[in-house]
Write a protein that binds this ligand. Structure first.
Ligand SMILES: Nc1nc2c(c(=O)[nH]1)N[C@H]1C(S)=C(S)[C@@H](COP(=O)(O)OP(=O)(O)OC[C@H]3O[C@@H](n4cnc5c(=O)[nH]c(N)nc54)[C@H](O)[C@@H]3O)O[C@H]1N2
Ligand SMILES: Nc1nc2c(c(=O)[nH]1)N[C@H]1C(S)=C(S)[C@@H](COP(=O)(O)OP(=O)(O)OC[C@H]3O[C@@H](n4cnc5c(=O)[nH]c(N)nc54)[C@H](O)[C@@H]3O)O[C@H]1N2
Ligand code: SF4
Ligand SMILES: [Mo]
Length: 686
């Protein structure tokens, strides 16, 4: 008789929704992954991607044993080796480099899994003990995250469930249906109750299709729009004077700044109609409660930090925070209760203070020869939970860096990604169905536990296990690695994450999730986490970045020119998660092939018809893909939906062939959506 069990888990992906999963296992094989009905935010519903989790887990191309490179760097040619051989060799190589200078070793990781254990525990202990370079994890959310912290004091905001009670929702720089589906469920609820939904996005996204209004502004002009909204709130006196007086800092200065932004001026900058701006200001000034779902899509430009600050000021002007269904949500990760220091043990650094390298400029970092200010040349890189060759900006440089024959590269992953193709060793990692982990969320305020549903496939080991095993090898060479904290099991690490917090581990074991105790309306009576305790319109601490302490419109780095007249943005495709799932056949079929969306006028001017093969290029490189003339791009803007693997591309590239490594005003983050290009029809065979 078939033995069937159901195991509770958590979605590991870099998605604000952090769904609660239930995996059905029949005789040791996972047959179905579904949403947990009992978890309110998940509501028993998963996105299309994670509904295919078993297809990804049992994928024929999964890496199931350690591999050693046999071909040239980047060729993707490997031979199987034993774990013993791989671990011995890696430990010996890392030890030899560390003897000379541990900072020549760089760990590179992001959010392939958001788990506290498989993402930021044993790995950090290992690299801290080694004294390796530290990584500035800026590639996604840092402009917005630091800007929010500079305004509210942390990544804090509205509770997502209360959007269901809002009367007006601004969905700003977010394609919620694609990338924040479980917020969209609350927005739908509000819509059914009569709320108005407004989408602010340069692309006519799937979400824009379903909103009452769509302001299709030019990329990188959001601060101008926000300042013009303030202008209208001021001149029409749609202000909450009492809230402003009690709970904000720098109102007089911000008011003076905003009065320089009449809607006529902003309309020019944003490429919008004056009436659209006036209408939005009227709605925002006169509808209560009004809520803003801000998302990271609008901060991937030079002025992304300033733009987030400008928008984050808006709720205080109208006193929206007084109601639990008013305010703003960008990220709620600041409420995380986790004991990060206990997991990561920064004390293992001792008195060492290694340099910090920015992951967003990994191309330049790997190509740097090393000097007094940079420090040593990078000699070894250990990549896990990330696929930088596909996702980091200016791929030509990233690929050249990873192609260095003298760079020792270890990649932990499930698949032979573009990055794994460049490895000296590929180590097979377990998926979320095969390991323990514990998760917070940046889109809701619950904690989730993930229990393994099935045994590790093939010879796969969890990330934490791999770093434990490496530590055990290192112990023979460096006695400090023999310490007990390099032996904590994955389950023990889950317990450590919440020990001494308001979260009860037994509760997690029983239900799979638990709520963090929190107020319903975080800033109803001020109480911002800033030094002043107020919403900091004016933040003097920003002077150290050399930027204005008041939010302002900062134009993009790459204004369109005659040579490169089109602005390219590259937001994610609905059926991929960054570059994850691009190799899952059923999902790739839906996304079809790498596409560039164009406005019919921009296409016609170039003799391009829907489906034609085209070249999109600038001084950094060229990406060949197919035209999609589907009504989603506005004139002057093209949209390269991401993120395909480079090796899926017609000419072995993806959209990041075109993006650059310059950084945002706040947060040292990439400017993926601040990118000027030209497009031409590609002659087949040319
Ligand atoms: N299906 C799916 N879901 C995902 C992901 C995925 O790859 N696929 N990725 C996950 C990750 S890592 C993240 S960070 C989030 C990202 O999700 P979001 O934070 O929502 O960000 P993006 O998807 O990058 O962009 C959202 C929208 O912003 C628009 N946009 C681009 N430039 C601008 C601008 O200058 N101003 C304004 N107002 N809008 C702009 C884009 O056209 C897009 O429709 O989603 C997560 N969820
Ligand atoms: N042009 C352009 N570029 C972008 C973006 C964009 O919008 N446009 N978005 C940016 C954003 S928001 C982000 S967050 C980054 C994302 O960049 P990454 O964090 O690199 O995300 P993924 O591409 O999903 O790659 C994650 C990898 O981790 C692996 N992985 C998953 N779970 C595990 C595990 O448990 N163990 C190990 N060892 N590996 C695991 C997956 O197989 C996958 O290969 O990309 C950025 N790049
Ligand atoms: S990717 Fe997002 S929406 Fe999909 S299952 Fe995971 S958390 Fe839920
Ligand atoms: Mo991200």
């Amino acid at each position: 008789m078939t033995h069937i069990v159901q195991v509770r888990g958590a979605c590991p992906h870099d998605c604000p929704d952090t769904c609660a999963l239930v995996t059905t296992v029949a005789d040791g094989t996972a047959i179905k992954v579904q949403g947990n009905q009992e978890h309110a935010h998940t509501g028993g519903v998963l996105c299309a991607k994670v509904s295919k989790y078993t297809e990804r887990t049992y994928h024929a191309e999964r890496v199931l044993q350690p591999l050693r490179r046999v071909g040239p760097k980047g060729s993707g040619r490997f031979e199987p080796v034993s774990w013993d051989q791989a671990l011995d060799d890696i430990a010996t190589r890392l030890h030899a480099i560390a003897q000379r200078d541990p900072e020549a070793i760089l760990p590179y990781s992001y959010a392939g899994t958001m788990g506290m254990v498989q993402g930021e525990s044993m790995d950090r202990r290992f690299f801290h003990q080694l004294g390796a370079s530290l990584l500035d994890r800026t590639i996604c959310a840092n402009a917005g995250g630091e800007a929010l912290a500079a305004t509210y004091g942390g990544k804090l905001g509205m509770r997502v469930e209360f959007f269901a009670e809002s009367r007006l929702i601004l969905i700003w720089g977010s394609n919620s249906i694609a990338s924040n589906l479980h917020f969209w469920r609350y927005a739908q609820e509000a819509k059914r109750q009569g709320a108005k939904l407004v989408c602010i996005d340069p692309r006519k996204s799937e979400t824009a299709d379903k909103c009452h209004e769509h302001l299709q502004l030019l990329p990188g002009t959001d601060a101008a729009l926000a300042l013009a909204l303030m202008h209208e709130l001021i001149v029409n006196d749609w202000l909450d004077h009492d809230y402003l007086a009690q709970y904000t800092q720098g109102w007089d200065a911000l008011k003076a700044r905003a009065l320089q932004w009449p809607p006529e001026r902003a309309a020019q900058v944003c490429g919008l109609e004056v009436e659209q701006i006036r209408g939005l200001a009227r709605d925002y000034g006169t509808t209560k409660p009004a809520a803003i779902r801000l998302n990271y899509g609008m901060q991937r430009v030079r002025g992304g930090g300033n733009a987030v600050r400008a928008i984050a000021c808006l709720p205080a002007l109208v006193g929206a925070w007084r109601h639990r269904a008013g305010g703003l949500l960008l990220s709620s990760s600041g409420v995380s209760p986790f004991k990060r220091a206990a997991l990561q043990m920064p004390q293992l650094l001792g008195s060492r203070r290694p340099r910090t390298l920015n992951m967003s400029t990994i191309g330049d970092v790997l190509l740097h020869e090393g000097d007094a200010s940079f420090g040593p040349r990078v000699e070894a890189i250990v990549v896990y939970n990330s696929n930088p060759v596909a996702v980091a900006p200016h791929s030509a440089k990233v690929a050249a860096g990873f192609a260095r024959e003298d760079l020792f590269t270890v990649v932990l992953d499930h698949f032979l990604t573009d990055t794994a193709d460049h490895a000296d060793y590929v180590l097979p990692a377990t998926t979320q169905l095969e390991h323990w982990d514990i998760h917070g969320s940046y889109g809701h305020t619950d904690v989730l536990l993930n229990r393994p549903a099935i045994a590790p496939q093939g010879q796969a080991r969890s990330n934490a296990q791999i770093f434990r095993d490496l530590a055990a090898r290192m112990a023979g060479l460096e006695p400090a690695f023999a310490a007990a904290h390099f032996q904590d099991s994955d389950e023990a690490l889950c317990r450590t994450a919440v020990a001494g917090t308001a979260i009860d581990f037994e509760d997690l074991l029983q239900h799979g999730f638990a709520h963090i105790p929190l107020p319903e309306a975080p800033f109803a009576q001020g109480g911002f986490a800033t030094p002043s305790g107020k919403c900091e319109f004016d933040n003097p601490a920003l002077a150290r970045l050399g930027i204005n302490t008041l939010p302002d419109h900062v134009p993009n780095y790459e204004a369109p020119t005659t040579e490169f007249p089109l602005a390219m943005i590259s937001p994610p495709a609905r059926n991929f998660l960054n570059s994850t799932f691009a190799n899952v056949a059923s999902l790739a079929r839906v996304e079809e092939r790498p596409l560039l969306e164009l406005h019919p006028d921009d296409a016609a001017a170039r003799g391009i018809a829907d489906g034609d093969m085209l070249r999109v290029f600038n001084a950094r490189g060229e990406h060949v893909c197919h035209a999609a003339i589907n009504g989603r791009a506005r004139a002057g803007v093209v949209v390269g939906l991401g993120l395909w693997w480079r090796k899926h591309g017609e000419n072995g590239t993806n959209v990041n062939e075109l993006t650059h490594q310059r950084l945002t005003d706040i947060g040292r983050a990439p400017c993926f959506y601040d990118c000027a290009v030209q497009v031409s029809r590609a002659e087949i065979g040319a």
